[in-house]
Design a protein around this ligand. Structure first.
Ligand code: ADP
Length: 296
């Protein structure tokens, strides 16, 4: 499985330059697309799932061309948009049965098996007779996950995966995706939450203001941050000074004042100790200090 994106650009009708010269190769496994709100993640997702055309550039999705083979691409895709909503009187199982039909499962017995299997996978079996639009927010999100995955897609694209899920549901969702990623599929997760990426993705891309700022393994990004993360115990006055000079990651009250973790380019604070960076530190360091500062 491979997705090859070349020189992709998107300029909206209002002149907004949402994606600028994106070049990216994505192989099998779980891939994280990380960036703040407005970075261009949804625009890129919508282009890849053929809901929107790029202004220029190309993408090849497992041998299919983004512009010429849209039908073929749709057959191997499962997509869970950020604002998955449905207006239906169908019962939960009927909705899933309908989605399975759309994904090309025509055999009724097989479809019924698949529906039961996925109702169980996402924990909705007990509410299968309930009208889909009467489900709670988290349950609707889970139904969204099931409808995206029921057709055994080769490429799975999930926009802001954990929005609206409680902690237990997040774990369940992560487990479903982890299991799927053992197969020869590509899973792209787009998120602004670092925690969604760190535990699951073997590769990631960082997007900011429509530009690709980094692509590679999370460990590579973390390595670049080594020597730029510190911990310091400080009083209130000093804290204000630190806030101006550094990106503060966390502040925990301690007996002597505050225990602060900070990220910066150069250290200019006494008694600070260097600490091992994690992906959250790396993300903040990149966004604050390394991304190209020019906006569109
Ligand atoms: P993200 O998913 O990372 O939050 P988006 O792709 O939604 O980013 O948006 C990227 C930029 O494009 C933002 O500045 C957003 O306001 C703008 N944008 C998104 N959709 C449209 C649209 N349909 N028309 C004009 N501008 C848009």
């Amino acid at each position: 499985m491979k997705i090859q994106i070349e020189n992709l650009d998107k300029i909206y009708k209002n002149g907004k330059h949402a994606l600028s010269d994106i070049n990216l190769e994505i192989g099998s496994g779980m891939f994280g697309l990380l960036g703040p709100n407005g970075a261009g993640k949804s625009s890129l997702m919508r282009i890849l799932v053929t809901l929107m055309k790029p202004s220029s550039g190309t993408a090849n999705i497992n041998g299919f061309d983004l512009m010429n083979d849209r039908g073929d691409i749709r057959k191997i895709l499962g997509y869970l948009p950020q604002d998955f909503r449905f207006f239906t009187k169908l019962k939960t199982w009927e909705f899933l049965d309908y989605a399975a039909g759309l994904s090309g499962i025509t055999n009724k017995t097989l479809r019924s098996q698949k529906v039961d299997e996925w109702l169980d996978n996402v924990g909705l079996f007990d509410v299968r007779e309930r009208s889909a639009n009467k489900l709670s927010g988290g349950m609707k999100r889970r139904l969204g996950i099931a409808q995206a995955l029921i057709g055994d897609p080769k490429i799975i694209i999930v926009d802001e995966p954990t929005t609206g899920l409680d902690p237990e549901e997040r774990i369940r969702f992560r487990n479903i995706l982890s299991e799927l990623s053992q197969k020869d599929v590509i899973i792209i997760l787009s998120t602004h939450i670092v925690g969604d990426i760190s535990s699951m993705c073997n590769n990631l891309a960082l997007l900011d203001k429509g530009k690709l700022e980094f692509t590679g393994a999370p460990e590579e990004l973390i390595k670049k941050t080594k020597g730029h993360v510190w911990q310091v115990t400080t009083s209130g006055i000093e804290y204000e000074m630190l806030k101006d000079k550094y990106a503060i990651i966390s502040t925990i009250p301690s007996e002597e004042g505050w225990e602060v973790q900070l990220v910066g380019d150069k250290l200019d604070v006494k008694n600070a100790i260097e600490i091992e960076p994690n992906l959250e530190h790396a993300y903040v360091y990149f966004m604050e200090y390394l991304t190209s500062q020019n906006s569109f």
